[in-house]
Design a protein around this ligand. Structure first.
Ligand code: ATP
Ligand code: MG
Length: 395
C-alpha cells in the first residue's frame, strides 16, 4: 500500500522573490535524504510538498525526512477526491480508527479550502462532515474548544485528510546560506556548533587537529564517527585531519608555557582559514563558549580572532553547557563525544594558562617561530577524509 506525507515549510514561506530558490534546495535535499529508500516519490507543488512511499517504509521515511532542515512539521495524510460524500466516508473511517487506536472521545473538523472552485464554503464543509460522523459513529461528540483530535481537510487539487503533526527540525535548507569550515574537536561542543550552523543552511566542511602519536588513533576514529552522525543532516562531509604536534613542540620550546593553549588556538585558526579559502568557505565555525574555559574569555576570543581575516562564527557562544548537552543528545553525538580519547588540546598542557592574553605578547612570542613554514608543513602532511551518508568512502 502507498502512504503519503504532507510537508510543511517554515521560514521559507516568508521569503519573497527568492522563495523558489529555497524550495528547490529543500526538495533536492529531501530527495537526497530518501535516495536509499526505494519507490519513494517526492512531489513539489509550489508552496506545498508531498512524499509518497510504501507502507512498510513508514518509520524510516519519517526518520530521514524529519531531519531535513527547512521543514517544520509533516503529517501522514489520506488523499481523497474533491467530493463531499468522500469526505464524510473517510471522516467516519478515521474517527473509528482514532477511537480504537487512541481512545479518542471528542473531535473537531477543520477545513482549509485553497481550491476555491470547490462549491461549498469551509464552515459548511466542516459542520456537514461533523454531522455525518455524529450520525454514523457511536460514543463520540464534538468539542470545538478542547477536542481530543482535530481532523483536518485541506482542499487543493485533491483533498488531504490528516490528524497528527510530526515535528521536524525547522531551520533553512542545507546549502542555502553559504559555506563554512568548522573546527571539529572530539568534544561535545563543536559537533553541536556545526549542526546549528547547518540547520541555518550553512554548508559544512570540517578540520580536526591532532597530535599523533601523542594522541591515539581512536581520537581520529571518534571524530570520523562524529562526522558520520553529522551527515544525517549534511548528506556528506569532508574532514581534513591535521597533525599539529610539530607546531606544539615548537611553541613548547620557544614560548612561555602558559601561552600554549592560546598560541595553539591561533595556529589552528590560521590553518583552518587556509583550508577554508581553498574550498570557498566564507567563515570559520567553532564550538567556543564565553567563559567556559580559560581560552574562552573575551580577551582570549579577541586574540584568537586577530589571527585570521575570515569571520569566526560561534553559534554556542551564549549557550549554557546543559543546553549544549541537550542538543548533542537530540542529534545523537553525545555518546560519541564523551568517549575518553583526547584531541591535541591536552598535550603539553601547562599548570597555569593565561586567561587574559594580550595580543602584543602573543605576536612577540610568535616572532620566535617560523609561523608560515610550520603551517605549510602541517597542511602538506594532512589527511583528507570524505564521508557520504554515514560511510567513509575515501581516505
Ligand atoms: P569542544 O567540546 O568542541 O571540544 P571545548 O569546550 O572542549 O569544545 P576547547 O577545547 O577550548 O573547548 O575548544 C574550543 C573550540 O575550538 C572547539 O569547539 C573547536 O571548535 C575548536 N577546537 C579545539 N580543539 C580542536 C581540535 N583538536 N580540532 C579541531 N578543532 C578544535
Ligand atoms: Mg575540546
Amino acid at each position: 500500500m502507498r502512504e503519503l506525507l504532507l510537508l510543511r515549510y517554515g521560514e521559507i514561506s516568508l521569503k519573497g522573490k527568492n522563495r523558489r530558490v529555497f524550495e528547490k534546495k529543500l526538495f533536492r535535499n529531501i530527495r537526497k535524504a530518501l535516495v536509499d529508500i526505494e519507490e519513494t516519490e517526492v512531489i513539489d507543488r509550489h508552496g506545498r510538498g508531498y512524499v509518497e512511499f510504501n507502507t512498510e517504509d513508514y518509520d524510516e521515511v519519517v526518520k530521514v525526512v524529519s531531519r531535513v532542515f527547512g521543514l517544520v512539521s509533516m503529517s501522514k495524510a489520506i488523499k481523497v477526491d474533491n467530493d463531499f460524500d468522500a469526505f464524510c466516508q473517510i471522516g467516519k473511517v478515521e474517527i473509528e480508527r482514532l477511537k480504537k487506536e487512541k481512545g479518542v472521545k471528542s473531535f473537531k473538523i477543520e477545513t482549509r479550502r485553497s481550491n476555491k472552485s470547490f462549491g461549498m464554503k469551509s464552515p459548511d464543509i466542516s459542520s456537514g462532515i461533523g454531522a455525518y460522523i455524529l450520525d454514523h459513529c457511536e460514543d463520540i461528540h464534538v468539542d470545538v474548544k478542547h477536542p481530543d483530535v482535530i481532523l483536518n481537510y485541506e482542499i487543493r487539487e485533491n483533498t488531504y485528510v490528516f490528524s497528527e503533526r510530526i515535528p521536524c527540525k525547522g531551520g533553512m535548507p542545507y546549502g542555502s546560506a553559504g559555506k563554512g569550515m568548522m573546527l571539529l574537536s572530539g568534544g561535545i561542543d563543536s559537533p553541536v556548533a556545526g549542526y546549528q550552523m547547518a540547520r541555518r543552511g550553512v554548508e559544512l566542511e570540517a578540520v580536526h587537529f591532532h597530535s599523533y602519536p601523542f594522541t591515539s588513533e581512536r581520537a581520529l576514529e571518534k571524530v570520523l564517527d562524529l562526522g558520520k552522525i553529522l551527515t544525517h543532516y549534511t548528506y556528506n562531509l569532508r574532514i581534513y585531519s591535521v597533525n599539529i604536534l610539530e607546531i606544539q613542540k615548537a611553541i613548547n620550546e620557544k614560548c612561555p608555557s602558559e601561552e600554549m593553549t592560546i598560541l595553539s588556538r591561533r595556529f589552528m585558526m590560521r590553518i583552518a582559514e587556509r583550508l577554508a579559502l581553498k574550498s570557498r568557505c566564507q567563515c570559520l565555525i567553532t564550538g567556543e563558549n564565553i567563559g567556559q574555559v580559560a581560552s574562552q574569555t573575551m580577551e582570549g576570543l579577541t586574540v584568537t580572532n586577530a589571527s585570521v581575516d575570515l569571520p569566526v562564527l560561534r553559534p554556542l557562544l551564549a549557550y549554557d553547557k546543559n543546553d549544549i548537552i541537550k542538543v548533542s543528545k537530540e542529534i545523537d553525538t553525545y555518546e560519541t563525544s564523551i568517549l575518553p580519547f583526547e584531541d591535541c588540546c591536552t598535550v603539553f598542557l601547562p599548570d597555569r594558562v593565561v586567561t587574559k592574553p594580550r595580543l602584543e605578547k602573543m605576536v612577540f612570542s610568535e616572532s620566535k617561530l617560523d609561523v608560515d613554514a610550520l603551517i605549510d608543513e602541517a597542511i602538506e602532511n594532512m589527511d583528507v577524509y570524505y564521508i557520504d551518508k554515514g560511510e567513509l568512502i575515501e581516505s
